[in-house]
Design a protein around this ligand. Sequence first.
Ligand code: ATP
Length: 238
Amino acid sequence: MVAYLSLHDVCVSYGRNQVLHNISMNVEKGQIVTVIGANGAGKTTLINAISGALRYSGQIRFKDSPAPFPAYKAARAGIVQIPEGRRIFPNISVAENLTLGAYALKDKSQFASRLEAVYKLFPILEERKDQAGGSLSGGEQQMLAISRGLMSDPELILLDEPSLGLAPLIIQEVFELIKSLKEQGMTIVLVEQNAKMALEIADWAYVLENGVFVAEGSGKELLADDVVRRAYLGVKEV
Ligand code: ATP
């Protein structure tokens, strides 16, 4: 059986600097698949390749067809990339940020119901809808970034370090939200430095080091793995 999303021997270089080396991975529909890795391991590059924002060699297939390229085609096919928290548009309002997120919505008549769903998920965004995006707190900006992605009614969500710069309580909320997106039938690829929480919610996970996958397993297996515990979970003695 062919995976919902599959990568085979994907390589990406910036000029002469190759940052992803023969990456192969599978994501089944409805799963949360996590990629953990340190700063500079290539996590954002991997997400950008899947979303069509970067050229790559190798194969990426989505729903048994070559992954759409370029990025706007990926969006229309139901793939949405949610960038690191603060990359919302700071100078326009919360409502305008959300409107821009709906550009790939296939059925424009759904706009009002999407907006209602997002405001139901995050009532604070409705309260702040006329406020500039940049005036929100870090946690609220992350909620806005996720909501903007949800406006296009995506099937596959690519999440880039949603916990970055957030207080622990807000991080917990964000991870709860990710779980609820899965319960609503979405498929999620999550790249994170916050290895513990990302592995806890993962159906399957990969460890990325210097552009190479060095381990993979269920979230549970990797949480129990000695090497992962030392390198990514801050456990000194195992
Ligand atoms: P972080 O957690 O710090 O965001 P990351 O795992 O997401 O790191 P990437 O952002 O994918 O890592 O970067 C991987 C490597 O590629 C780094 O060495 C980085 O300097 C380099 N790199 C990333 N983007 C570019 C670019 N546009 N041009 C040249 N080099 C780049």
